[in-house]
Every structure is written in C-alpha cells, then in structure tokens.
Design a protein around this ligand. Structure first.
Ligand code: SF4
Ligand code: SF4
Length: 250
C-alpha cells in the first residue's frame, strides 16, 4: 500500500480507497464550522429525503425554504442546491456547536475534505492551511473513513440515481416537454407530492403494482424514491419496469 500525506502540494493527487490520510475534525479545531460557509452543495434526491425527514417537514416545504432550484436550458433535471444565508453566506444548518442536521447531512458534507471523481478515485478539495483537521495525527484508511461517515447508503442511492442521469446525458436536450420535466422533478425531489399523485390519481388503476410494493411506498420514502427511479426509467427509457393493466390498455 502506498501512502500519501495531505499537503498543499499533493492536493490534487488521486487516491484509491486503500490509501490512508490524516484527519480529525471536532470543536477543538480553530477553523471549526468555517467550511460550512460560502459553499455550493448540490443535493441529490436522497439528500433531500434525509434532510426533510430530519426536519419533520414535507419535501415541498424543504424545497421552498432550504433549496435553490437552478433550471438550465437543455437539462431535464435541474440542479438543486442547499441555500446559504443571505447575510453571511453561512449554511442555514450551522450553529456554534456544529451542524444541526449532522446525522442527516448531505453527501458532500460527509465526504469533506475529500471528493470523488467519476472514476471513483478520491482527492482532497482543501488544504491544511484552511482545513486544520488535516494537520492532526489521526490516520484513516479512506474506505474505513467513508463507512465511519455514513457515506455507504448515500453511495447506493447515488448509483441508482446515476441509472437515470448517465443515460440521460446523451439525449437530455431532446426532451423539452414541460409536463415530463415536472413529472421527473416530482418523482425525484418532491416525494410527498409524488405519493399523492400515485394514491390520489388513477395511477394504480392504470398500472399493475404488487400489493406489497404499494404498502411499502405508502410508508417509506426510500421505497417511494426507488419506485420513482423505476417510474422515470420506464417513462424515459422504455425499461419494462411497469405493466399497464389490461383494462386500462383497452
Ligand atoms: S475546515 Fe476541516 S477541520 Fe475545520 S471544521 Fe471544516 S472539516 Fe473540520
Ligand atoms: S449541512 Fe451541516 S455540515 Fe453541511 S454545510 Fe450545512 S452545517 Fe455544514
């Protein structure tokens, strides 16, 4: 196993999960919570589920109060970013004691001070002068550190989300129907509204969904999000993940 030590010089060095690095963050560091200011944190659908449930609010309320939605021409799925406070650009969830949603903090906050590239290699996104936790002596194997930070379930959901975003890259700009855009956004980011759509429209009269799955999506946002991923793959890519009921087909 090769070993790299974080330093300004090695900042963009790419590491495998076997690599070790030195890091410890706690209220004793002089820079405590400084990294929770003036940052752009892109939220995945799973980040939103975790945060809105931690706050005990609906997905719609979360999006209104805590997110900024940036739509771009030729992009089917808008960018959803965590809102920072206007006065000082600090994260709305940071307190003098640290992150108030720590157990449910988004993926980038769990990864910090690391990030991961498209090939699954890790690299430092800051340096010891700014993130003084990198000057401390506690040594971590990256793979163990990710488990410790609770990254694993986030990665699983990110992989499932990539099952939509990756194939979309090649023909995203061909889909310009605003109703499709709204439906995709609802199934990904506005789960409470999506649940209403499933149970209060003719959806279940038209599609054959197993009773056990219906029960699961009634109760679990995680199951509903996976259902939403399948629904989008069915609608956009024609994957045979749903069956139209015979009566509805006639
Ligand atoms: S900058 Fe680094 S050490 Fe300082 S609070 Fe953030 S993560 Fe911790
Ligand atoms: S969610 Fe928590 S860890 Fe992430 S920027 Fe906000 S306060 Fe910091």
């Amino acid at each position: 196993m090769t070993e790299s030590r974080p330093s300004g010089k090695s900042r963009r060095e790419k590491w495998e999960a076997e690599q070790t690095f030195r890091f410890r963050c706690d209220p004793g560091v002089p820079c405590f919570t400084q990294c929770c200011q003036d940052v752009t944190i892109a939220l995945t659908p799973y980040d939103v589920v975790r945060l809105k449930n931690a706050l005990g609010i609906s997905s719609e309320e979360f999006l209104d109060r805590y997110a900024i939605i940036i739509s771009k021409e030729n992009r089917l799925i808008p960018l959803v970013i965590l809102r920072m406070q206007e006065k000082d650009k600090r994260c709305v969830f940071v307190t003098p004691e640290g992150c108030s949603v720590y157990k449910d903090r988004p993926w980038p906050c769990r990864m910090y001070p690391l990030d991961m590239d498209e090939e699954g290699l890790f690299f430092l996104i800051t340096e010891p002068a700014r993130c003084q936790g990198l000057k401390r002596s506690e040594e971590w194997r990256i793979g163990d550190w990710l488990v410790d930070q609770g990254v694993v379930p986030y990665d699983d959901m990110l992989t499932q989300f990539a099952g939509i975003t990756t194939p979309l890259k090649s023909h995203e700009s061909d889909i310009d129907n605003p109703d499709i855009k709204k439906m995709v956004f609802m199934a990904l980011y506005n789960l409470d509204k999506f649940r209403k759509f499933i149970f209060e429209s003719s959806f279940l009269d038209r599609f054959d969904v197993e009773e056990s799955r219906i029960e699961k999506i009634k109760r679990s946002d995680l199951e509903l999000l996976k259902f939403g991923f399948d629904w989008i793959k069915f609608g956009l890519f024609g994957q045979k993940l749903f069956r139209v009921k015979q009566k509805a087909a006639k």
